[in-house]
Write a protein that binds this ligand. Structure first.
Ligand code: MN9
Length: 290
């Protein structure tokens, strides 16, 4: 099995002018990121605009990614949907493609109870034999998973990991304490150093699409104990992230990739593309901090 540790870009989805998935650009993105040292890919998560795509489109992205890279690195499929039945359908598809693991945000919008959320996850792992990486993203999902309520998952070995997009690093440290073998992925790229200090094995991030090499470097410097140098690299990455957050992360990353020569188009509505000025300002910051 491919190693699930390390730097995993949370893949963007390129859409062409007609609004369809741009297969060629997606393949180019995968190849570029492998060359930059990415250890694997997270497919179909928030960054992919999964919730603005049909189930068929999400499966199509999985097809393309597996065809391009699954013999070379690990691939984790985000199969999350609001409904359990749809999530299971996506998970079965990921399994049929031989993907290494599945992942899901908690079901959102309807303010499901914690018991209902647990049932969602257990229904999926009971139905599909693929290891699960829980995707904890309280700012977007509205559901908080922390050291007080995570036990129910940590006790079950089918839950192999957590993607922790939260600045609750105390909980991250407690997850590590509770399960030494748990795969912990840092989620907020701008806090990667803090995540490493709290015990993360790696990271899954949106901004890695445009600068995976920086995060590969931060992790390797950190492991060697070169914390000052790692922090200097984090600072350069954060200059870019700050500029991305200002204009919208997905639209901004797409503009950078187009600047790098991979036609990435714009995000789906209701997301909006960058103005010309926003684009120029962003590219300037990107070039200054490369
Ligand atoms: O989960 C990502 N979240 C989203 C991870 O894209 C919504 C992060 O990679 C952030 O985009 C990034 C910038 O805040 O840390």
């Amino acid at each position: 099995m491919n190693s699930l540790k390390g730097i995993f870009p949370a893949l963007l989805t390129p859409f062409s002018i007609d609004g369809n998935i741009n297969e060629r650009s997606l393949r180019e993105l995968l190849r570029m990121n492998l060359e930059k040292g990415a250890d694997g890919f997270y497919v179909g998560g928030s960054t992919s605009e999964a919730f603005l795509m049909s189930m068929e489109e999400r499966k199509r992205v999985m097809d393309i990614v597996c065809d391009e890279v699954s013999d070379r690195c690990a691939v984790i499929a985000h199969i999350g949907c609001i409904g359990t039945a749809q999530a299971i359908e996506m998970a079965k598809y990921a399994k049929s493609l031989g993907m290494d693991a599945m992942s899901s945000v908690p079901p959102f919008y309807y303010h499901f109870s914690f018991e209902q959320i647990c049932q969602y996850y257990f229904d999926i792992v009971n139905a599909v034999d693929l290891p699960m990486v829980i995707y904890n993203f309280p700012d977007f999902s509205g559901v908080v998973l922390n050291s007080d309520n995570i036990d129910v998952f940590l006790r079950d070995p089918r839950f192999i990991g957590i993607k922790h997009t939260s600045s609750d690093f105390y909980s991250m440290e407690r997850f590590r304490k509770a399960r030494r073998d748990l795969l912990i992925y840092n989620g907020y790229d701008e806090m990667f150093m803090s995540g490493l200090a709290a015990g993360a094995d790696g990271a899954i991030g949106s901004t890695f699409n445009v600068m995976a090499e920086k995060f590969v470097k931060i992790m390797s410097l950190f492991k060697k104990g070169m914390h000052t140098e790692a922090m200097a690299e984090q600072e350069r990455a954060n200059n870019i992230i700050q500029a991305l957050v200002r204009v919208g992360v997905f639209a901004g990353e797409k503009a950078i990739l187009t600047h790098l020569g991979i036609d990435f188009g714009v995000p789906r509505k209701p997301f909006t593309p960058l103005s010309e000025k926003e684009c120029n300002d962003l590219i300037r910051v990107y070039e200054e901090n490369r």
